[in-house]
Design a protein around this ligand. Structure first.
Ligand code: FAD
Length: 389
């Protein structure tokens, strides 16, 4: 295995995750993928070992680690051949609750999440008719006279609903026409998923390319108690941005894990595979794309550490989170291409796991934010160019 060239390598966490992941080898994830299933046993093992409570402070039963350490956990899962996509939601959703939840909410949710009794794996933001234009969301939360809110609307691509007890939901509490800034007037709520399914929320799973458990949600007069509002009404978009930045950074780390996995696989393969009387890895035409992808991964990793460091210091880090996600997703995709290409026909055989990881890492060019939208962010917010939309 190629070792990290960077100094802050958190070896103890890496060793512990690698040893847990060794109990869930390639065949395990291959079978889950073939069955379009969910890696239940794997997520249970991670929960029992406390890894999914990494960000929860010790006073609530977690280990009180930062996003930096959480990102190492996610990276190592992907580097071991698994897919953190099954459980990464808990890490970044947690951040929203930790930073913006009241003491009472933290007391209510965090100990049960830390013990594994509850899972907080879902976040409902995306809608079918508005896409990336989040401030135009049409799902509404209307305050009732006697307290509480009534939710109506629709969401799409909302992941892990069947494997979570709670979801953080973004909805409009003040119509867009009545706010001065379009980012105002949205709020976030904790939704009890099992209760919601009985009283106003319909779930329709979406069969998809990456076996990512994800769904359409329909809300029809779903009632939510007032105490489930996180933070102040109308400020939800600001709060959820913290969660989205944490998500982008964790996904950057996952892509880096994928990238190293592809590089490990392809370098080992091209050293051995002999064609025309010599290892194919002796040809520069084979070496150069692998070396290129490796350098891209290493460089993306620097931005990932920077994003983690700023997040953990509670400093603005939107730019770094977006850039880390962009660079890492691009690097892992280049590594995936080289790995598939130099395995020749064997790259397409499911038993090599490359085609599975190839599909899984491809997702991150589109979700949780597409590459084009990161270009726009950098152009507008960092380079000061006129807003394009
Ligand atoms: C497997 C999966 C799991 C997901 N899980 C969740 C989840 O748990 N919760 C959740 O809320 N969402 C989730 N999503 C949604 C995901 O975040 C969105 O798919 C993503 O943000 C892109 O939004 P969209 O699909 O609406 O694409 P659109 O916004 O319709 O964009 C389509 C394409 O057009 C391009 N585009 C759009 N506008 C512009 C522009 N102005 N300039 C240039 N190009 C532009 C984009 O780059 C993109 O490639 C998931 C998606 C997938 C596929």
């Amino acid at each position: 295995m190629i070792e990290q060239t960077q100094s802050n390598n958190f070896q103890e966490i890496r060793d512990a995750i690698r040893s847990l992941c060794a109990e869930f080898p390639d065949e395990y994830f291959r079978k889950v993928d073939e069955a379009r299933g969910y890696p239940e046993e794997f997520v249970d093992a991670l929960t029992k070992a406390g890894w999914l409570a990494a960000l929860i402070p010790a006073e609530y039963g977690g280990s009180g680690l930062g996003l930096t350490e959480a990102s190492v956990i996610m990276e190592e899962i992907n580097r071991s051949g698994g897919n953190s996509g099954a459980c990464h939601g808990q890490m970044y959703n947690m951040g929203t609750l930790l930073r913006h939840g009241s003491d009472a909410q933290k007391q209510k949710y965090l100990p049960k999440i830390a013990s594994g009794e509850w899972r907080l794996q879902s976040m409902g933001v995306t809608e079918p008719t508005t896409g990336t234009d989040t401030t135009k969301i049409k799902t509404t939360a209307v305050k009732k006279k006697d307290g509480g809110y009534v939710i109506n609307g629709q969401k799409v691509w909302i992941s892990r609903i069947q494997h979570s007890d709670w979801m953080i939901l973004l909805a409009r509490t003040t119509p867009l026409a009545d706010v001065t800034r379009k980012s105002e007037g949205m709020s976030i709520f904790m939704v009890d998923l099992r209760e919601a399914e009985k009283s106003g929320m319909t779930v329709r799973p979406i069969l998809n390319m990456v076996n990512h458990e994800t769904n359409e949600l329909f809300f029809e007069n779903l009632e939510i108690p007032e105490e489930n509002l996180i933070g102040e009404e109308g400020k939800g978009f600001k709060y959820i941005l913290d969660g989205l930045n944490a998500e982008r950074t964790l996904i950057a780390a996952e892509c880096i894990g994928d990238g190293y996995w592809f590089i490990d696989r392809v370098t080992n393969y091209v050293k051995d595979r002999t064609v025309f009387g010599r290892p194919i890895g002796q040809n520069q035409g084979v070496q150069f794309p692998i070396a290129d992808a490796f350098m891209e991964i290493e460089a993306a990793n620097l931005m990932r550490w920077k994003a983690c460091e700023l997040f953990d210091r509670h400093e603005p880090m939107g730019a770094q989170a977006n850039m880390a996600k962009y660079l890492a997703a691009k690097a892992s995709w280049e590594a995936a291409n080289a790995c598939l290409q130099f395995h020749g026909g064997f790259g397409f055989a499911c038993e090599y796991d490359i085609e599975r990881k190839f599909r899984e890492t491809r997702l991150y060019q589109v979700a949780p934010i597409s590459t084009n939208l990161i270009y726009s962010y950098v152009a507008e917010h960092i380079l000061g160019l006129p807003r394009s939309f």
